[in-house]
Design a protein around this ligand. Structure first.
Ligand code: NAP
Length: 323
């Protein structure tokens, strides 16, 4: 495993573990996964040097936090535990009470990183950060983070907090590159961290799926990237991933992760449906892509033009009816 070069209370691994899948019905992994596999994934991740574990109070309505806390048990002390506040009415007392509830479900006295899950369109960060500041002062929260924030709002949150907001968790992968415009340069310049979620584009970049083999669960049924048209359009990018993967005796998913974490301020938090996937994702931290490989992957990513936005709606409806 490799770790970010950032000044934090514990080391932050460049590959973390995302746990939305734990106990969340929309992923459809079932009770066997929630009751056994999820815990096995966590324990194996710790063994392999993963320190960053990401959850949220909204995942499985608290179940993900419970499963993660229980699986960590004694191992809690060696990890960097991150959860997220669902920011509905995030007045200071509410923020404080929600952090206590998350800590209790996680079985911990301290949240290493407490993130605001989305920017609230009505309540300003001045209000939210009042609660976060109190939580830091009493020691329940180590670092404050945000998620899905623009750069302007990230910086406004820092101003309101009167200190650094360590990280911004955003969608970042070979098919979602918006963070390159300003979030990554800011993180690199200011010693902040971008936590890349959906780094495998929810499994698309593994190359396992195509028009005749589409994943069946609610999360991906609602993701236009898995429309048959878009799976066709992604085949060139998957082809380049396969070529680079062959050169490293690796898989397309591993190369997709290696591409994401090549930036020094980025850590990726892939989810995993099995221990084998977790092991494979962890091993991606050791892959060094050459400049040419990185450029070839970035160029193939530039050429990928999925049907998106309003244009994807008729196709989404057709795809639903065909299921
Ligand atoms: N802050 C936010 O708003 C936000 C939003 C979304 C996610 N997140 C966080 O980010 C984490 C990861 O994002 P995500 O779950 O959306 O997408 P992801 O990590 O890109 O995709 C995860 C899925 O990809 C497949 N996969 C994983 N490893 C693989 C491997 N080695 N080979 C082949 N397939 C593999 C698995 O699905 P199958 O095996 O079923 O194909 C797995 O469930 C979440 O768990 C959550 O913690 C945060």
């Amino acid at each position: 495993m490799r770790y970010l070069d950032v000044d934090a209370t514990s080391r932050i691994s460049t590959i973390g573990l995302g746990t939305w899948q734990f106990g969340a019905r929309e992923w459809g992994y079932g009770e066997g996964y929630a009751g056994q596999a999820a815990g096995d994934i966590v324990r194996r991740a710790v063994e392999l040097g993963v320190t960053l574990f990401d959850t949220a109070e909204i995942y499985g309505l608290g179940r993900s936090e419970r499963i993660l806390g229980e699986a960590l048990g004694e191992r809690r002390a060696s990890v960097f535990l991150a959860t997220k506040l669902f920011p509905a009415l995030p007045l200071a007392p509410v923020v404080e009470q929600r952090a206590v509830a998350s800590a209790s479900r996680l079985g911990t006295r301290r949240l290493d990183l407490y993130q605001v899950h989305w920017p609230n369109p009505v309540v300003s960060d001045a209000v939210i950060m009042r609660g976060m500041g109190t939580l830091q002062r009493v020691g329940l929260v180590g670092e404050v983070g945000v998620s899905n924030y623009s750069l302007a709002r990230w910086q406004a949150a820092e101003k309101a907090l009167g200190g650094r907001v360590l990280s911004n968790q955003v969608r970042y992968s070979l098919v979602s590159r918006a963070p390159e415009q300003d979030l990554l340069p800011y993180a690199a310049r200011a010693g902040r961290v971008v936590i890349a979620y959906s780094p495998l584009a929810q499994g698309l970049l593994s190359g396992r799926y195509d028009r005749s083999h589409r994943p069946a669960n609610r999360v991906r049924a609602g993701n236009p990237l898995f429309l048959p048209e878009n799976l066709d359009r992604a085949s060139e990018l998957i082809g380049v991933l396969r070529e680079v993967a062959d050169a490293h005796a690796a898989t397309p998913a591993q190369v997709a992760l290696a591409w994401v974490i090549r930036h020094p301020a980025v850590t990726a938090i892939p989810g995993a449906s099995s221990v084998e996937q977790l092991e494979s994702n962890v091993a991606a931290a050791e892959i060094d892509l050459s400049d040419d490989e990185y450029a070839a992957l970035s160029a193939a990513s530039d050429r990928f033009r999925p049907v998106a936005g309003a244009a994807a709606v008729p196709a989404m409806v057709r795809a639903r009816l065909r299921r």
